[in-house]
Design a protein around this ligand. Structure first.
Ligand code: GTP
Ligand code: SPV
Ligand code: MN
Length: 581
């Protein structure tokens, strides 16, 4: 296969081999035979375990190193020439220093291992918006996962040759020691170097490293957007389909919303899945914003997935799936907390389950092709992407933030995104459950200074007057007893319905200093066991109650100094005045 590769690619592969000293080099062609061979080899080496093949054909379990179960943000760096360019939102390292450190870590690291050369395409092979990359890795698990998650192999290599430019991603699991773990990004060189982790976002370089950190940097230069967003189509009983793009931080509900199944009384309503994690968005010639999913698979959170919360996911996970760090039942079927049935006997580490700690790791995941999802739509293969009617921001906020509100205009929408915050989750290492600022759900993923990123977002209003309306949602408000106030999951369609009515200007709303909120009764609650008072509390905005929040947001925005766009500051100040009134 390597004969179709460009000189540049061949040269890079040779240089890496000279440094890392692999025993052999395998160019991935993306075929079924190749995938099967990778699986057989991993079953033999113990990297994969066969699950019950009658109930779960071609499903396997991978147990990672127990210290390598989530993204490690403190070991992730954006290495631009100037520190200012990376911004206070990123860890920064001088490029030459980072390359030298990587060289030391990669020296001889692949001795005795196979080096896989994995060409991939992010986005449909025939889309002008797609971008290619090559990941070099010494992990068969990564190579197999890239087959599921991207358009990988021969066809990608062919396209990559025609494109002339591609992202170079070098990965090794190294010795898996946290001390030796680094995830370096060189956006100016379109390069990634990641060592010491086999975990998703750290190791499947097409995903967060390429499709968000490198792509966001490119998108700014080329006037598009690379975002941590699901894309879904909402079909109403009239047969109209409107597409939304929604940014929620890691483990805050993107996969679930993208595959939503409406409650029974919502006859004629249907949600179509385009993507569950990343959206690349371009202005069309008609002035509308179009979004495409650069991925071809889902790397989804297992815990909480059940036939009640996400029946589409349950249906897609019963064949051809790789599970990572879940528990197992006596029947050798996969198990996690929240699953409807079954009892775990073995936990995610492979130890007997004793009930004292969760059977599945809270960040255990499934890796599966999007084509297996019952709600997956062909529109996801449209080279232009789908036209977006509404952009939705959201996070896990136990208090204050209402169920839904609408931004007053695009610039205010950018402020709403920039001032997002959410409780941390198990998707990254560190403390879980503390509220941190996470603008546009991109805190861990923006490849440059957030101040410049907001300016880039603001610039779209100069190019089009047909931009989507912007909203903010919160499914995670809790009452005094600590219970979720909103049922969530399938019932979120009730909120989406209001959002689309507003986006299409089919209903009016109440204006507040912080945005538009639903008129009492305009969010349908028929069939829900929710008191009028609770609904009022969920939907209300009392400006005086926002003082502390607005203060926090102000401090955060100011920490970007001269990079903070004046227009955003003006939006902020005008709301501040109204809150203090
Ligand atoms: P990443 O893949 O990490 O980017 O996460 P994600 O944003 O796709 O989150 P996902 O949909 O996997 O949900 C994460 C967790 O939140 C799961 O345990 C879900 O069960 C739970 N969750 C999702 N939607 C809702 C909701 O509407 N209400 C409540 N209470 N929980 C939800
Ligand atoms: C996330 O953490 O936002 C994920 C999983 O989607 S990972 O691929 O690890 O980034
Ligand atoms: Mn994600």
């Amino acid at each position: 296969m390597s004969h179709t590769a460009s000189e540049d690619l061949k040269q890079w592969v040779a240089n890496v081999a000279r440094l890392a000293l692999p025993e052999r080099i395998h160019w991935c062609d993306g075929s079924e035979e190749e995938y099967n061979a990778l699986v057989s080899q991993m079953l033999a080496s113990g990297q994969l375990h066969e699950l019950n093949q009658e109930q779960f054909p071609r499903c396997y379990l991978h147990r990672s190193d127990p210290s390598d179960v989530a993204r490690t943000e403190h070991l992730t760096f954006v290495c631009t020439k100037s520190k200012d360019e990376a911004g206070p939102n990123n860890n920064w390292k001088e490029p030459a220093e980072a390359h030298a450190e990587a060289d030391r870590l990669f020296a001889g690291v692949m001795k005795g291992r196979t080096m896989y050369v994995v060409p991939y395409c992010m986005g449909p092979l025939d889309s002008p918006h797609s971008r290619c990359g090559v990941e070099i890795t010494d992990s068969a698990y990564v190579a197999a996962s890239m087959k599921i998650m991207t358009r990988m192999g021969k066809k990608a290599l062919l396209r990559l040759g025609n494109d002339k430019t591609f992202v170079k991603g070098l990965h090794s699991i190294g010795d898996l020691k946290v001390e030796h773990r680094r995830i370096f990004h060189f956006p100016e060189e379109k390069m990634i170097k990641s060592i010491g982790s086999g975990y998703g976002g750290n190791a499947l370089l097409g995903k967060k490293c390429h499709a968000l950190r490198i792509a966001s940097y490119q998108a700014r230069q080329e006037a598009w957007l690379a975002e941590h967003m699901l894309i879904a189509g909402i079909e109403n009983p009239q047969g109209e389909i409107f597409y939304i793009a929604a940014a929620f931080p890691s483990a805050c509900g993107k996969t679930n919303l993208a595959m939503l199944i409406p409650p029974e009384q919502y006859k004629g309503w249907k949600v179509w899945t385009v993507g569950d994690d990343i959206a690349w968005m371009h202005l069309g010639e008609d002035g509308y914003l179009y979004a495409m999913n650069p991925e071809a698979g889902f790397f989804g959170v297992a815990p909480g997935t059940s036939s009640k919360t996400n029946a589409n996911a349950v249906a897609m996970l019963n064949h051809d799936t790789i599970f990572t760090n879940v528990g197992v039942t006596a029947d050798n079927t996969p198990w996690w907390e929240g699953l409807d049935e079954g009892q775990p006997v073995v936990d995610w580490k492979g130890d007997p389950f004793d009930g004292t700690t969760p059977a599945a790791h809270p960040n255990s995941r499934f890796t599966v092709s999007s084509r297996q999802c019952p709600s997956y739509t062909k529109a996801a293969e449209d080279p232009r992407g789908v036209r977006i009617s509404a952009i939705i921001f959201g996070g896990r906020r136990p208090s204050l933030i209402p169920l839904v509100y609408e931004a007053k205009n695009w610039a205010h929408g950018v402020l709403v995104g920039a001032s997002m915050a959410s409780q941390t989750t198990a998707a990254a290492t560190g403390v879980v459950g503390i509220v941190r600022r996470d603008p546009m759900a991109m805190k861990p993923f923006c490849g440059y200074n957030f101040g410049d990123y907001w300016d880039h977002w603001l610039s779209f209003a100069k190019k089009s007057d047909k931009l989507p309306k912007v909203f903010h949602v919160n499914w995670f408000r809790r009452d005094e007893k600590g219970n979720f106030m909103w049922p969530g999951y399938g019932d979120n369609i009730r909120v989406l319905r209001w959002i689309l009515d507003r986006a299409n200007r089919r209903c009016d709303a109440v204006e507040t200093p912080l945005g538009f909120i639903p008129r009492p009764g305009s969010i349908d609650t028929t069939g829900l066991n929710i008191a009028e008072k609770a609904m009022h509390d969920l939907c209300d905005i009392t400006p005086s109650g926002w003082k502390e929040e607005w203060d926090e947001i102000g401090k955060f925005l100011n920490s970007f100094g001269t990079h903070l766009p004046a227009q955003l500051k003006a939006q902020y100040d005008s709301i501040l005045k109204q809150i203090n009134r």
